[in-house]
Design a protein around this ligand. Structure first.
Ligand SMILES: [Zn+2]
Length: 92
């Protein structure tokens, strides 16, 4: 299910993750826990044709992120990432 017509780029994460990450997650940098690729989350492959959202590494296809929303909660699985570096406003 990783055919080129089945995914969109990481910019598709902006809407689903906006409520959880107030900083722009597409400007975040992620480190793949499998191949070590470090790159902008805007470049990951997003599969959103299911009840949840799955983001995969564009280099090795590792699942980096899973998000499922319910009416009053969300489940966020980031175990495929070594880390997620989020841009933050500088503190005054
Ligand atoms: Zn990878």
């Amino acid at each position: 299910m990783t055919g080129s017509n089945m995914w969109t780029d990481g910019n598709a994460l902006a809407g689903p993750l906006h409520d959880i990450f107030h900083p722009d997650v597409t400007a975040a940098v992620g480190g793949c826990g499998n191949c070590g690729r470090i790159g902008p989350m805007a470049e990951v492959r997003v599969f959103d044709h299911a009840p949840g959202v799955v983001a995969r590494c564009p280099n090795c296809d590792q699942v980096l992120l899973r998000l499922v929303r319910g009416p009053d909660r969300a489940w966020l699985d980031l175990r495929g990432l070594d880390y997620l570096q989020l841009p933050m406003a500088e503190e005054a």
